[in-house]
Structures are given as structure tokens and as C-alpha cells.
Design a binder for this molecule. Structure first.
Ligand SMILES: [Mg+2]
Length: 416
């Protein structure tokens, strides 16, 4: 494996993305502490993202509104606008790719670029070009922090060092000094569980972690991930493993407080499922299982069923109805549901599915699948849901599949 002697990667992370996009779009919010919330209908919810002004005052992401307001009384609460964030993401990526090709988009507010030899020799100039472009062509409210290093993992760590609006350069010749002062829980790939496991093994600092050898790391992790991390921390040109096959298509929705009846959750779950099925059909996959989950504080209910490699809305909705009938028959009548989630999984290619004899001979099946593909074409053509099986009534707050997420960049059709 190659151990580069030059900087080869850039990692970029937008600062307080959702809140700064709101400030850019609405000048009245600039310079003020802003907290983005899921709905504006209630005070029983959390700040899901906050501006740098709010952060300075001690407001944190996922902080209950009452608590945030108590420490920052002039906090301006803004309901989320997922479609705005999606458009901002696209506009920002277009500006960055005018400076450097984007190697991978890691989430709605993080991306990575590979540098050629010439760019790698002058990372500060590259970072300034990007920042200037964003400032001049997008605006001054959206800033980013940029890290440079020999590989993507180190660049990502460097990127978090100087927030907001920073530039951090970890040149291979300066390693590992800069790295060793970092807490081990800041290493991408060391989550809470792994951190505990390391502490049990007597590894408390980055210096200790750094001095392990690849075999020890492998043993600690119980798999090759530990060994790969060793090479990453030691500045080798290690590539991310090709992401494994898609595991599921799912959507969940937190229902507004005055909308938490089982009947409303059922209605909402239909829309979530149809949206998940649309995405699944776009990927040309079909589902071998489905689950439905309901949650309300301590209450949790879930049901999972096996399917015969289905992909059309009618088959999906029938299976969902079956699970709901069980839910309705067994749960207390006045049970509330704060969160409803559905997912299609055990995915397989539609061409290779092995059909059950009975299902295979179902003459209606082909018809329903044809209807599903016609529905998709029609909705795509009009850019909204013009045709659906049954009523299409999005819950208050709308956007069944377009809620804000760091990990998945929503596509246009999530908003219909
Ligand atoms: Mg960010």
C-alpha cells in the first residue's frame, strides 16, 4: 500500500448547514441565533439544527425547545424546509466542482475531493478559491470548514478541528504530531460502543492507539475494519470499501402532536410506503420483507412479514393493511403513535426473483405491476403525485419522504 508524501485529499463540511441555509435565504435571520425545528405547531419538540450564533450561546442540536429558549431567550425558531436544503446542496456542489471535481458526496453537508499533485502543493489556495466562490456566488451566510491530508479519513478529522469557517492542513511531514492531540472518540469509525471497548482494553489516548500494530487493531475490532483504520491513521492511501449492496428502502415520520392517533399513523404509513416502493422500483429491486414500526415514548410496536419479491404499490399496500389490521385488533383503541416507520428489505433484483408457484400464477400480479410503472411514469412526467392508489393526503408539515436528513440527499420526487 502507498504512503503518500503529499496532501492528496480535501474534506469539506458546511458549518451548521440547515440553519445557515435558512439565514442565507432569509436575510432577517442573519446575525441572530436561529434554531431549525421539525414543525411550528408545537412547543414539544427539539431544535434539530442551530446557527453559529445559537451555538455560541450554548444551544445544541437535538435540544428540547424549552431548554434552548431558557438559555437563549431570543432564539428564533424556524420550521425545516427540506426542499430549500436540497436546492442549496445542489447549488453549493456546483460551485465547488467549478474549482475541483467532487470525488464523493458523503452527506447533505459533507463532501470530499481528490487533489492532483499541483493542487496538493498549495492547499491554502484551493481552500480560498472555494470559499471565495461560495461567498461571491452563493452568499456570506453559508460557510464551510475544510481539512487536507494524505487520505480521506485524516482529511475528515482535520476538517473538524477549526470550525466554523476554518482551514486545517495535516501535511504528511507533520504527522502524527497534529493527530496525537485529538481525542480517540473523534476518529471516524470509533462510535460510543467501540470507544468503551477500547477503554476496557486500556486504550485511552490517540498516542496509545497510534502505537498499536495492525494485528492488534484487527483483534480489538474483531474484523478487518480495525486493521484498515490503522492504515488510515498512519497516512496510507486506503480506499473506502465499496459500499455493500443496498439493504432497505424505508421512510419514517414523526407526527405532529395533535395528529398522533393510530388512524392518522395508518394514513401516513401508506404514503411513506408508496414513496419507499417508488424508490425501490427506480433501483429495479423488489422486496422480500416489510416492517411497520410504531413508537410513542416508551411504547414500541413492530411487525415484520415475508413477501414474495413484490414491487408494486398494490401488493405493498395490501401487506401493509394486513399488518395494520393486526395492530388495530391488538393495540388499545386510544393508543397514540408519535413515530411511524415502514421499510422494504430483503431486496433482490426483479429479474432474478423466485416466485412462489401461487404468486407466479396470479394473473392480477402482472396487471398491478404494469399499473405501478404507469403511475411512476405519470407522476414523473408531472413532477408531483397525480396518481395514487387511494387518497394522497400528506400529514401536516407535508413531505412524507423529504424530511431533513444528513445522510440521504433527497431527490425531487420525495417532495411530491
Ligand atoms: Mg456540517
Amino acid at each position: 500500500m502507498r504512503q503518500p508524501s503529499q496532501i492528496e485529499y480535501l474534506y469539506l463540511d458546511f458549518d451548521g448547514f440547515f440553519a445557515s441555509v435558512e439565514q442565507q435565504a432569509r436575510p432577517a435571520l442573519r446575525g441572530h441565533p436561529v434554531g431549525v425545528i421539525p414543525f411550528d405547531t408545537t412547543s414539544h419538540t427539539c431544535v434539530i439544527a442551530c446557527s453559529k450564533e445559537a451555538k455560541k450561546r450554548g444551544v445544541k442540536n437535538v435540544m428540547p425547545i424549552e431548554q434552548a429558549k431558557a438559555i437563549c431567550p431570543d432564539l428564533i425558531l424556524v420550521p425545516q424546509s427540506p426542499d430549500l436544503y436540497r436546492r442549496a446542496h445542489n447549488a453549493l456542489c456546483a460551485e465547488i466542482s467549478a474549482v475541483l471535481p467532487i470525488q464523493a458526496i458523503k452527506s447533505i453537508d459533507e463532501l470530499t475531493c481528490r487533489l492532483d499533485e499541483r493542487d496538493g502543493q498549495n492547499p491554502t489556495a484551493i481552500a480560498n478559491q472555494i470559499k471565495t466562490r461560495l461567498r461571491e456566488n452563493i452568499g456570506t451566510s453559508i460557510t464551510c470548514s475544510i481539512g487536507f491530508a494524505a487520505n480521506r479519513q485524516l482529511a475528515k478529522m482535520a476538517c473538524k478541528i477549526d470550525k466554523p469557517n476554518g482551514i486545517t492542513i495535516w501535511h504528511p511531514k507533520d504527522m502524527p504530531t497534529a493527530l496525537l492531540s485529538q481525542p480517540i472518540e473523534d476518529v471516524p469509525g470509533i462510535g460510543k460502543r467501540m470507544h468503551k471497548r477500547l477503554m476496557r482494553a486500556g486504550i485511552f489516548s490517540m498516542t496509545q492507539l497510534w502505537h498499536l500494530d495492525p494485528k492488534q487493531m484487527r483483534k480489538l475490532w474483531g474484523n478487518v475494519t480495525g486493521e484498515r483504520l490503522w492504515y488510515a491513521l498512519h497516512g496510507f492511501d486506503i480506499h473506502a470499501q465499496p459500499s455493500s449492496k443496498r439493504a432497505m428502502f424505508g421512510h419514517s415520520r414523526v407526527l405532529p402532536p395533535d395528529y398522533r392517533t393510530l388512524k392518522n399513523a395508518r394514513e401516513c404509513s401508506r404514503l411513506l410506503l408508496v414513496k419507499a416502493a417508488r424508490r425501490m422500483r427506480r433501483a429495479k429491486l423488489c422486496a422480500g420483507s416489510m416492517f411497520l414500526t410504531l413508537r410513542h415514548h416508551e411504547f414500541r410496536w413492530g411487525k415484520q412479514i415475508s413477501l414474495h419479491g413484490i414491487q408494486d404499490d398494490q401488493a405493498c399496500l395490501n401487506s401493509l393493511d394486513y399488518m395494520w389490521d393486526i395492530a388495530m385488533a391488538t393495540l388499545p383503541k386510544h393508543q397514540k403513535a408519535k413515530l411511524v416507520a415502514v421499510a422494504l428489505f430483503d431486496l433482490g433484483s426483479c429479474d432474478e426473483r423466485q416466485l412462489d408457484m401461487f404468486v407466479d400464477q396470479d394473473p392480477m400480479r402482472e396487471k398491478w405491476e404494469t399499473i405501478a410503472s404507469l403511475t411512476d411514469r405519470l407522476n414523473n412526467k408531472y413532477g408531483r403525485t397525480v396518481l395514487s392508489l387511494g387518497a394522497w393526503r400528506p400529514p401536516p408539515g407535508g413531505y412524507a419522504g423529504g424530511k431533513i436528513s444528513y445522510t440521504r440527499i433527497p431527490s425531487m420526487e420525495d417532495f411530491w
